[in-house]
Design a protein around this ligand. Structure first.
Ligand code: KG4
Ligand code: ZN
Length: 367
């Protein structure tokens, strides 16, 4: 048994978790993670090598940002400072773990909102330093793709990682080491959901609201454009513009609730078509039989259903983590930390956070 205290503050969720990185186990140990099991989240064999999630607490800041219609970075940083101490205490209490039981601390160091990241990093350093513990620095994208390790996936596998800030096809080669096979050329998929939701007059945070509205609509109601970039890259900005024009031209029609639901369902379908199509193609091109998803967009009910069906049709094994492990959470930070080298006490004191993904930055420069 090796208990890690994990902290995640990259955006607008203040989260802490206790993860056992030494034991074997699976979803049985995923305390408090709603949505585990069921046909859509049932991926493959549970347990094999998956870390034990002893607790996972997410203190959402949605109420603080709702009035602004989106995340305000400065507000996020301030709320993290207010919520973090209580969130960490709750994670320890929920796990039934004392400070003395901890053998390390893990924290997200980027990419994300720099002020928000620094709050989590400062807290993690302070705790680790005071208790003479090692610290593991975790990349947010690596954390999202590590979520599927709770379901027992084994590398190599393809992981569609889609959140508010990123959309990419990661070929996970070993642990949390990955290669980018495709990425968005403009907006992230989560951004497409959020901007679409805003155009449809839905409250923030929009992705989940659009998912709920779309569930009552007809996905083939509007034929939104399907013209896509070549290869495995994604593009969502044209789709958002198409929705804007559609709503302008059909103002009265879109105003009725049933039709709005069908417009939402059609828009969602265009996003999901792209995500599912390219993910499956990536697995086929790479000759990989295992497919996983991670990131907030992986909470989308239509994506979960369609990806499950598409993978099953082709005999691919699919690993879709419970919703609570897809949206930002600290448990996935612990799942990633299992595959990373901890930094010994007290060498991490100079460690910094980063706002942009270094690997993606390099990729952009090369093109
Ligand atoms: O991973 P995440 O929690 O934070 C980031 O790293 O960005 O992802 C947040 C994104 C937001 O854009 C949110 O609207 C989207 O995930 N999202 C959803 C759903 N739940 C969250 N998008 C579509 N359907 C959902 N059910
Ligand atoms: Zn995220």
């Amino acid at each position: 048994m090796s208990l890690l205290l994990c902290i995640e503050t990259s955006c607008d969720d203040t989260s802490a978790a206790v993860v056992d990185t030494g034991g074997a186990g699976g979803l049985d140990g995923a305390g408090g993670l709603d949505g585990a099991g069921g046909p859509e989240s049932a991926g493959g064999p549970h347990g094999a090598g998956a870390a034990l999630i002893r607790s996972s607490i997410v203190s959402s800041q949605h109420e603080s940002h709702a009035a602004f219609g989106g995340v305000v970075p400065e507000v996020a940083s301030r709320r993290h400072t207010e919520l973090l101490v209580g969130t960490v205490a709750a994670a320890l209490a929920d796990a039934g773990v004392a400070w003395d039981d901890l053998e390390g601390v893990a924290v997200t160091t980027g990419p994300g909102l720099i002020g928000a990241l620094l709050v989590g990093l400062a807290a993690a350093k302070a705790i680790a330093y005071a208790r003479r513990l090692p610290l593991t620095a975790v990349d947010h994208l690596q954390a999202h793709l590590a979520a599927s390790y709770a379901l027992g996936v084994t590398a190599p596998f393809v992981c569609l990682t889609a959140s508010g800030g990123h959309t990419l096809l990661a070929v996970v080669e070993r642990g949390v080491e990955f290669r980018v096979a495709g990425r968005t050329l403009d907006d992230a998929a989560g951004e497409a959901f959020d901007k679409g939701a805003r155009l449809l007059g839905l409250p923030y945070p929009g992705g989940r609201e659009l998912d709920l509205l779309a569930a009552r609509g007809e996905p083939s109601f509007v034929a939104f454009p399907r013209s896509l970039p070549q290869g495995l890259d994604f593009s969502f900005s044209g789709l958002k513009t198409a929705l804007l024009y559609y709503l302008r031209e059909h103002q009265t029609e879109a105003a009725t609730e049933a039709l709005r639901a069908s417009v939402a369902a059609s828009y969602q379908e265009a996003i999901v078509d792209q995500l599912v199509g390219k993910t499956v193609r990536c697995a086929e091109q790479e000759g990989l039989r295992r497919v996983a998803v991670g990131g907030g967009v992986a909470a989308n009910s239509r994506l979960r259903r369609r990806l499950t069906a598409a993978c099953r049709e082709r005999g691919l094994e699919v690993f879709i983590p419970p919703v609570a492990l897809c949206t930002d959470n600290a448990a996935m930070v612990g799942l990633a930390a299992r595959h990373l080298e901890p930094i010994a006490w007290p060498q991490y004191l100079g460690l910094d956070a980063y706002a942009a993904e270094p690997a993606l930055r390099a990729l952009r420069v090369r093109r």
